[in-house]
Design a protein around this ligand. Structure first.
Ligand code: ADP
Ligand code: MG
Length: 708
């Protein structure tokens, strides 16, 4: 923009971006004109406002630059097609809001919705068909009344309030700092599975629900621990490399790629960026990967648990807070024990977590992520924070007002090859600096050096809502700490070291319950968390009820002002409704697969066995092995048929249940339908191992997992 816009126009755009100026019509028109030229140079014929309704994906509606201009002349009229793109087309568009989830807001308000250009995220051009391309304009989506209908509006609001709260706190701590703007940073580690598209196309469950509803693990899957960081298969390497190149062209900085724990599971991660941009870029990456994989005859599975029995996929959200001068407020620096600003911000994050952990649980809850949370692979439903030995020691020492134990400056510590007892130096291996913290892979929310890593986020979901909720909770906590500091400081111009320490001590005590360094997967932790009063939220529908609890509503609405009560109600409704719909779709898909594929295959195989047993008997063979096979098979078929009947009944029952409260419906899905889906699966999987392979109607796990 700096290159193609007249200087005053660009200056005015920058002012608007910093919130000091509204975009006037001449500026908008000038920008639109420059953007159109730029995009058309890159083959663009169309433009679209690109936004994020509450469906977990993005939405776009393309319009051509084409306009018809009619000139009236004395001899008649002449119509000419020309390319046009006005400032108002750039700024806003008006899709019909009524076909997007709105959680009931459209029944009380108008159906009209607006998409508005989000100037904080760069526009981009993506390839379209026949050598053309499309101009994408990142946008927010709001209702006629200004209610957020999307994921982005609330994220941008949360950035804004967090910035204000953090600036107030910094300026109180260090009046000379002059920090004007603070923002959160986000780096998303995206995990996913790839599957051969031919196999995929034969699995209705994968196509419809994103996960396998039946299927037995092959004898070898992930137990040899040889896939993680293994050599990336050639076809996958080509795919990821193509993804990286396309992403680079779109301004998305992908940096890391590797094999994940399960067979056919992989990860890519970008360099972190400002959170709202990082969210856009994550969604864009997911979309591009989807397209690129298609070209390599692969299909991406973003579902959190496509295969039972192997590792699921997450989207670790690495999150920190930075100032407009590029400082990371969560950087402990060399001496965290005297870096009070760091400690105070660290405590703000812990306080946010301690007060509003259930909201973080809400933000990651979906029917698909449920399969991952609580299993021995992903952080469980109890939200706690891991800090590592040294930061814990810093906090403990301050709390107890004693010197710090065993704490040498970390950069001078090195790992000695051979351990500390055998101090051998192997020639050729350099001494290296050790990290401040070891890794704890079991914590849902871990401090990793200079950022927190929120690991419970699902691979399929947009990172937007989890980051929004985190921003909100931390903003509220920053406000509380600022207030406490002001009270402590009294009339003095700035807080003394003792004032800071007093407040720090207070918040160390308050946030203690949420700190946990041990194994989050252990039974003991479940018991201890209960004793500490931490909620252990076992299901998504249970989590959603926390969106109605006064202390959380108060924080999200009055304290931080991120949501209106209407918006919260609508979210509550959308989340519950989505959960119930997802489960029903799974149930109906499973019913079709069992009724139309698995049972018919079982009948056929049973018939073959029965016929050959009969024929052998006629021929005088008394003890044919076919009889044993038949005897083994028959009860398994009956068992599956019984489960199938249960499933059909429970679907009818569920569809007939009318309730006012969407949560009641979601709870019904969880309590009544989910267990039947699981038991049908068990019955089908038991059959899979006894039916001759050529009768089995679906590609098996071996083909799905071991064919990339
Ligand atoms: P891991 O070792 O946890 O698998 P990765 O290298 O895969 O780590 O990913 C770490 C992610 O954290 C990257 O996306 C990286 O850019 C991001 N990150 C690093 N520093 C920050 C920060 N200050 N704020 C937000 N994200 C960060
Ligand atoms: Mg990683």
């Amino acid at each position: 923009m700096a290159k193609s816009l007249p200087k005053p126009i660009f200056a005015s755009f920058l002012k608007q971006r910093r919130g000091r100026h509204n975009l006037d019509k001449p500026t908008a028109d000038a920008i639109a004109h420059a953007v159109r030229i730029w995009a058309m140079d890159r083959g663009a014929t169309h433009f679209t406002h690109w936004f994020q309704p509450q469906t977990g994906t993005t939405a776009e509606k393309h319009d051509a630059f084409l306009s018809l201009v009619t000139n009236f002349t004395p001899g008649g009229e002449e119509t000419t097609p020309i390319d046009l793109f006005s400032g108002s087309q750039l700024l806003q568009s008006e899709p019909d809001a009524s076909s997007f989830p709105s959680g009931g807001m459209r029944t009380t308000f108008e159906a009209r919705g607006y998409t508005i250009w989000d100037t904080s995220s760069s526009m981009f051009v993506q390839d379209g068909p026949n050598g053309t391309s499309i101009l994408y304009i990142p946008s927010v989506f709001i209702s006629y009344n200004g209610d957020a209908l999307d994921e982005k509006t609330v994220l941008l609001r949360s950035n804004e309030v967090l910035s204000r709260a953090a600036c107030d706190l910094i300026n109180l701590l260090e009046p000379e700092a002059h920090v004007n703007h603070v923002y959160t940073t986000l780096g998303t580690e995206q995990e996913f599975f790839l599957v051969d598209r031919n196999m995929y196309s034969l699995r209705p469950d994968l196509k419809i629900t994103g996960r396998t509803l039946v299927g037995q693990l092959p004898p070898r899957h992930q137990q040899l621990e040889d896939h993680y960081f293994g050599r990336i298969p050639t076809r996958v390497m080509r795919t990821i490399s193509e993804l990286e190149l396309e992403c680079l062209r779109l301004g998305v900085p992908i940096k890391t790629r590797h094999n994940e724990v399960a067979p056919a599971q992989f990860e890519v991660a970008p360099i972190f960026e400002e959170a709202s941009v990082a969210v856009d870029h994550n969604l864009l990456t997911m979309d591009v990967l989807h397209k690129v994989a298609h070209r390599h005859n692969l299909r991406v599975l973003y579902h959190e648990k496509p295969y039972k029995g192997v590792n699921g996929s997450g989207k670790h959200c690495n999150w920190a807070i930075a100032t407009d001068r590029g400082e990371n407020l969560l950087d402990p620096t060399v001496r965290p024990e005297t870096n009070y600003r760091f400690i105070i911000f660290l405590l703000a994050v812990l306080r946010g977590l301690e007060q509003h952990a259930p909201l973080l649980r809400v933000a990651i809850s979906s029917s698909s992520n449920e399969h991952r949370l609580g299993a021995q692979e992903a952080p469980p439903g109890i939200i706690s924070a891991f800090l590592g030995d040294q930061l814990n020691e810093v906090l403990d020492a301050i709390e107890q007002n004693r010197p710090i134990k065993n704490f040498s400056v970390p950069q001078f510590q090195s790992i000695k090859v051979g351990g500390t007892v055998l101090d051998v130096k192997v020639a050729g291996l350099p001494h290296i600096a050790r990290d401040l913290t070891d890794r704890n892979r079991t914590s849902p929310f871990a401090f990793t050096g200079n950022k927190f890593e929120f690991r419970a986020v699902g691979s399929k979901q947009s990172p937007s809502f989890p980051v929004t909720v985190l921003n909100c909770a931390v903003t509220a906590a920053i406000g509380e700490i600022t207030q406490a500091l002001k009270e402590q400081t009294g009339d003095k111009p700035r807080p003394s070291t003792e004032d800071k320490l007093a407040v720090i001590r207070k918040f160390i005590k308050l946030t203690k319950p949420v700190r946990f360094e041990g194994d989050n997967y252990s039974e003991e932790w479940v018991k201890e968390a209960e004793a500490r009063g931490l909620p252990n939220i076992k299901s998504a529908p249970e989590a959603f009820t926390y969106l109605k609890k006064p202390e959380h509503v108060e924080m999200l609405t009055k304290t931080t002002g991120i949501f209106t009560e209407n918006e919260l109600d609508s979210r509550y409704y959308i989340l519950n409704e989505r959960y119930a719909k997802d489960i029903l779709i799974e149930a109906e898909t499973l019913k079709t697969i069992i009724g139309q594929q698995v049972l018919p295959a079982a009948f056929e195989y049973r018939k073959t066995l029965a016929e050959s047993a009969a024929a052998l008997k006629t021929a005088g063979v008394e003890t044919a092995p076919e009889v044993d096979a038949l005897n083994e098979l028959a009860p398994l078929v009956s068992a599956l048929q019984k489960e199938y009947k249960k499933l059909s009944d429970v679907i009818v029952e569920f569809c007939d249940a009318h309730t006012e409260d969407a949560n009641v419906h979601a709870q019904l899905a969880y309590k009544n339908v989910v267990p039947v889906i699981a038991s049908v699966r068990d019955a089908s999987d038991a059959l899979e191992v006894v039916i001759a392979d050529k009768y089995w109607p679906l590609p098996k796990y071996t083909e799905l997992l071991l064919t990339v």
